[in-house]
Ligand binder design. Structure first.
Ligand code: 13P
Length: 207
């Protein structure tokens, strides 16, 4: 996919996320690895009203080259790309159910149990959580890097989610799967459930 097609795909998928309620207001941001650097959504822009000509372009060193000022979450995206050579795109959302999970009091129980095959296939057996940081706080870098080494998705304490994928379509699909899995976790909260067994999980992971 060339540069222009990538810009169009970013706008199209961001609009789709916004229209289906995965982001509201100016929450959320998206980046894609491209030749020469990264394309990123501008700060304070709504995912529902992006303009291809205003997307931010940053070089390999994350220096802003053209377009509007990039998202304040540059450090969070950068840490995830640095941890994951397989990341071609990253989606950060404040989608309602993941954000609700991220506000629960800390506990030894994992926030998401492996209840469904698509959660396991897309995001692995465990989705880690990183403690609360103010949006855009560069202090989160080391924690994001460490968590992203083991997982392509992270729940951000009192904030939302960040998900990487080999392509933007993949990252968006996985972010949607994470949101729906969080909704299921809240629906099932307090009930006896049957998570997938270790054998069933192995079968999915070895696909
Ligand atoms: P930006 O508008 O700077 O991308 O920030 C939005 C956001 O989601 C912060 O976490």
């Amino acid at each position: 996919m060339n540069f222009l097609e990538t810009r169009e795909e970013m706008v199209e998928l961001a609009t789709s996320l916004f229209q289906r309620g995965y982001s509201v207001g100016s929450a959320g941001n998206i980046s894609v690895r491209v030749d020469g650097g990264y394309l990123m959504t501008p700060t304070n822009s709504s995912l529902g009203r992006l303009d291809v000509n205003r997307l931010s372009f940053l070089d390999h060193e994350w220096k802003h080259i053209s377009g509007d000022t990039p998202s304040k979450e540059v450090v969070m995206h950068r840490a995830m790309y640095q941890a994951r050579a397989d990341a071609g795109a990253i989606v950060h959302l404040h989608s309602t159910h993941v954000t609700a999970l991220s506000c629960l009091a800390p506990s030894d129980e994992p926030l998401l149990k492996p209840h469904t095959p698509y959660l396991v296939m897309r995001l692995g057996e465990n989705v880690p959580m990183v403690q609360y940081y103010k949006p855009g706080d560069p202090a989160m870098e080391a924690d994001i890097f460490a968590a992203a080494k083991d997982s392509k998705a992270i729940i951000l304490g009192n904030h939302g989610s960040i998900v990487a994928g080999p392509s933007l379509v993949h990252a968006v699909d996985s972010a949607e799967e994470l949101e729906v899995s969080a909704k299921l976790a809240l629906l099932l909260h307090g009930r006896q459930t049957r998570p997938l067994t270790a054998t069933e999980i192995d079968e999915l992971m070895n696909r």
